[in-house]
Design a protein around this ligand. Sequence first.
Ligand SMILES: Nc1nc2c([nH]c(=O)n2[C@H]2C[C@H](O)[C@@H](COP(=O)(O)OP(=O)(O)OP(=O)(O)O)O2)c(=O)[nH]1
Length: 179
Amino acid sequence: MGRIAHLFAAANMIIRQDMATATGGMMMKMKEKIVDPKTALKDSKSMILLSRRFNTGFMDGWYGLPAGHVRPTERIHETVMREAKEELGIEVDPAEISVMSTMHRLNKKREYMDFFCMVNSWKGPIVNNEPDKCDDLQFFAVDNLPENTIEHVRQGIHCVFNNIPFSEHGVEGMNQKVG
Ligand SMILES: Nc1nc2c([nH]c(=O)n2[C@H]2C[C@H](O)[C@@H](COP(=O)(O)OP(=O)(O)OP(=O)(O)O)O2)c(=O)[nH]1
């Protein structure tokens, strides 16, 4: 069996506050946007949405991106759309999702492939739809993330804003760690 079968996959969303302002939270055509995503991408002062985990059993009290596991038979953009609705109450059009960076990651228990996806626009106001799993949802500057930001999430955000398409986290020497 190929090793890929052992991988968990997770989709992480980057939601920028300037895009909320530019689009008024509504889906609009690219040309109508005030902010060009390609230009804004390079702006490390961008504010992005982080969610503090609560009562989940994994990294509680730490900030991550809105995210979720990719279910069997699900495509990456479908995970983003589903989790955006579940966690934030917003509708995302598949054409408005861009995978910006991927990460091969090993934590204590699991091996992951992470997808860091820019959500270019959405429909509806952002709300904390899962207060039983998230006790804080707010925008932070990319160059001033909270200290309690999950380490691999910090790395993924760095990659997205520095145009680094792929990175690794914790996989160094993994052939000694896993069978
Ligand atoms: N729940 C959980 N998430 C983990 C673990 N390790 C790990 O890297 N993550 C990461 C992967 C995703 O980026 C993010 C998913 O968190 P979540 O709790 O929102 O997952 P989910 O919505 O898919 O919930 P579920 O279907 O797994 O119950 O956390 C872990 O052991 N448990």
